[in-house]
Design a protein around this ligand. Structure first.
Ligand SMILES: [Ca+2]
Ligand SMILES: [Ca+2]
Length: 77
């Protein structure tokens, strides 16, 4: 019985990890992500992290910059 409960716990942990994909929403529909839009998806977003993601320093994060930051591990996927 104890083994069965442990197995269920492992399955639940795996399912939670599989659902961890973070979705960033372009709320204002301008085609890029502002720090406000990123903060909505990443509660721990800071100006420093945003600047690190914004590779071309234009003050907005585009889809390529977001994907690169997720691949680099700067932010979670
Ligand atoms: Ca936007
Ligand atoms: Ca940018």
């Amino acid at each position: 019985m104890k083994k069965f409960v442990l197995a269920l716990g492992a399955v639940a942990a795996f399912a939670a990890a599989a659902n961890a994909q973070t979705v960033v929403t372009d709320t204002d529909g301008n085609g890029t992500f502002s720090i406000e839009e990123l903060t909505a998806a990443y509660a721990d977003m800071t100006a420093e992290t945003f600047a690190a993601i914004d590779a071309n320093a234009d003050g907005e994060v585009d889809a390529d910059e977001l994907a690169a930051a997720q691949e680099a591990g700067t932010i979670a996927e």
